[in-house]
Design a protein around this ligand. Structure first.
Ligand code: CTP
Length: 404
């Protein structure tokens, strides 16, 4: 597991040295990136010695002068190699750059180039922290799914008292571990995840499908893998790449998905059904391409099997989690599905809201179990995935207590 630790310019920069050590103690490799300003406070050598890796000090710092092709694309290589980006301390300047998408040094470029989770631990003068501009930037980042390790209150280096002190190293490391999913609380579990849309064939060139992109299911697969699970991913056709470590079964129709899921069920301890399965399919797919005529055309449809309802009957002691896409009476409908399909939990999203859910990077959901409703306000699908897994951990613990 590898983390990029961005150190930006502030008196608290020296505290990042201890963060490097704490992360390494947990077996995490640390690639330190220092901004120009950070180098005014602490020398790169300190971090190079502690981390055992070359410290990146600017956009063209791969060592060669003039910069060579390797250094020119180093931010992309680092972006792809890391499992999380942590910035501690984070100055007001870096918060502003991240929020606005500026990319004029290595750290801000890396922030744009990586898809790994991001954690920032701000530290600055109290007035700078409380300034409307800084607070607006923090809000933008929070909405984007960046984890904010809130600064503490106390005496600040500038002589003032108030909020702005870098959070404790323990709080920073805990947030980084959470982002990495390094708690490994899914080790020993096999999670069967269905994702994406299904395609129901009309004729050799046409099919019925829906707007599901597969992103929610793939985010769950990735998050479960990082938390130590074995992941069996049954996926309909999508345009995105599944996580490398998932065991993938590609399917097209609801029928094929049904078969694959039932076959894999005995291996699974947890089933999460994010797939947007077609409820109806053409009664008979035409062998030949259907020709245009002048009159209207009717397509005879028949119901597909309800995979989820069938699973609840076939299961042994697996936990079964469904998803529900609703456009009206959202919670009420979801509660009905929870009961009707005998699920342990259902994750419901209001797909009538713009910018979230179907075919989007973001989502806002409510996780319903039989005894609670956890609301997850709009955030990234990665963050939603983490919250869903957190709820499953709770369900597991409760099941263990009940069977004890
Ligand atoms: N589902 C399934 N098999 C189907 C249809 C749905 O397994 N043939 C699963 C989905 O994967 C999802 C859950 O059932 O986890 C709810 O899907 P949704 O489309 O919201 O509900 P439906 O049961 O299809 O009800 P409706 O379309 O009437 O809202």
């Amino acid at each position: 597991m590898k983390i990029a630790l961005g150190v930006s310019g502030g008196i608290a920069a020296y505290k990042a040295a201890e963060v490097v050590r704490l992360l390494q103690e947990r077996g995490i490799r640390v690639q330190v990136i220092m901004t120009q300003a950070a180098q005014e406070f602490i020398r790169p050598l300190t971090f190079a010695t502690l981390s055992g890796e070359k410290v990146i000090t600017d956009l063209f710092s791969a060592g060669a002068e003039p910069p060579n092709i390797d250094s020119a694309v180093e931010h992309i290589a680092v972006a792809q190699a890391i499992d999380a980006l942590l910035v501690a301390p984070t100055t007001a300047d870096i918060l502003a750059k991240f929020a606005q998408g500026l990319a004029n040094d290595f750290l801000s470029t890396l922030y744009l180039a990586t898809t790994a989770p991001v954690v920032v631990a701000p530290a600055m003068n109290v007035n700078m922290w409380e300034h409307a501009a800084t607070q607006a930037n923090v809000e933008i980042l929070r909405k984007r799914g960046v984890r904010i390790v809130e600064p503490g209150e106390g005496y600040l280096a500038c002589g003032m008292v108030g909020a702005g002190r870098l959070a404790s190293n323990e709080a920073i490391v805990a947030a980084a571990l959470e982002a990495l999913g390094a708690s490994q609380d899914f080790s020993g579990e096999t999670v069967l995840i269905t994702a994406g849309p299904t395609r129901e064939k009309i004729d050799p060139v046409r099919y019925l499908t829906n707007r599901s992109s597969g992103r929610m299911g793939y985010a769950l697969a990735e998050a479960a893998l990082r938390r130590g699970a074995r992941v069996l991913l049954v996926t309909g056709p999508t345009a995105i790449t599944p996580p490398g470590a998932a065991e993938v079964t590609q399917v097209e129709s609801a029928q094929e998905m049904h078969k694959a899921v039932l076959q894999l069920l005995p291996e699974a301890s947890i089933v999460i059904k994010t797939a947007a399965v077609a409820d109806y399919r053409p009664k008979a797919a035409s062998v030949q391409k259907i020709k245009r005529t002048t009159g209207p055309m009717n397509l005879d449809l028949e119901p597909t099997p309800d995979i989820l309802a069938g699973l609840s009957r076939a299961k042994q002691n697996q936990l079964i989690i469904g998803f529900a896409a609703e456009t009206e009476n959202v919670l009420e409908n979801a509660r009905k599905k929870l009961a009707a399909k005998s699920l342990d939990a259902i994750v419901v999203n209001d797909v009538s809201r713009k910018g979230i859910g179907f075919d989007s990077e973001r989502n806002a959901v409510t996780i319903l179990t039989r005894d609670e409703a956890v609301e997850v306000p709009e955030t990234t699908k990665w963050e939603v995935a983490q919250r869903v897994l957190d709820s499953i951990v709770k369900l597991k613990k409760r099941a263990a207590i009940e069977t004890a």
